[in-house]
Every structure is written in C-alpha cells, then in structure tokens.
Design a protein around this ligand. Structure first.
Ligand code: ZN
Length: 87
C-alpha cells in the first residue's frame, strides 16, 4: 500500500500557479523546495492510499476554504524564503 500526502501536490500545483504573481523572485529548485516545505508545515496533511482517495483529495484541495488557506501559507513561505534564501 502506498500512502501519500496529497497536500504536497496541492501546494506544488498552487505554487506553480502563483509564480507569475511574484516577478523578480527566485524560484530555483532550492527555493521551491523551501517554500513548499514551509507551507506544508503549516497545512494539515491529507493522506490518501487509493486512486479514489486521490480524486477526492484533489477536489477537497481546491475547495474554497482549503484554497484560501493554501494560498495564504504559500504567500507567507515565499516572503520567508525571500528574506532568508539558502543561496
Ligand atoms: Zn533560489
């Protein structure tokens, strides 16, 4: 059985979508991982183990309430990484 935190996909999807809104910021692999990491630490994990579960998790990820929270945490993470980049 494969257990997966679906929130990871939600955050990465949303992060890719948000990049054009932050011109001039660094989104290299290091920064992307740091941003995703920070955001994920502030979001509830969503574990799924079946394909059906994944479809459900995806729908739930993009419910209005979750989306607002995901965007909020990603924006906060982008600010933090900008202030303290690892390179
Ligand atoms: Zn970078």
């Amino acid at each position: 059985m494969v257990l997966k935190n679906y929130m990871e996909d939600c955050v990465l999807d949303k992060l890719n979508e948000l990049i054009p809104q932050y011109p001039g910021r660094c989104f290299c692999e290091n920064c992307m991982i740091d941003i995703a990491n920070l955001a994920l630490n502030h979001l509830p994990p969503k574990y799924v183990s079946t394909e059906k579960g994944q479809v459900f998790a995806r729908v739930e990820c993009f419910s209005r309430q979750s989306e607002v929270e995901i965007v909020k945490q990603i924006a906060a993470a982008i600010e933090k990484v900008e202030t303290h980049p690892r390179h």
